[in-house]
Design a protein around this ligand. Structure first.
Ligand SMILES: [Zn+2]
Length: 89
């Protein structure tokens, strides 16, 4: 079993999101907003867990605004998002 913060957080986050979205009574709008909120929540939690890029492990510096970042680049963000979608199959 993975013990790093990334996989611990995902192990809590993914089943919860999956369970919520499994309900049929969400409107398309609500479902879209829930998915967006879940993605954002995951990014924030992962950013709080550590300063490394969640995809390649490169150290990620905070932006000038102090906004937490989960990935070193948009490319890594996209790659990680695609891999998450694939893992849910
Ligand atoms: Zn990266």
């Amino acid at each position: 079993m993975a013990t790093d913060p990334y996989h611990q957080i995902k192990a809590l986050h993914d089943p919860l999101v999956h369970e919520v979205l499994a309900h049929d009574d969400w409107s398309p709008w609500a479902r879209k907003r829930l998915q967006e909120a879940a993605e954002h929540l995951l990014e924030v939690m992962l950013a709080l867990a550590g300063p490394e890029c969640r995809h390649c492990g490169v150290n990620v510096n905070l932006e000038a605004t102090g906004r937490p970042r989960s990935y070193c680049s948009d490319a890594c963000r996209q790659a990680a998002y695609r891999s998450r979608l694939t893992q849910r199959l």
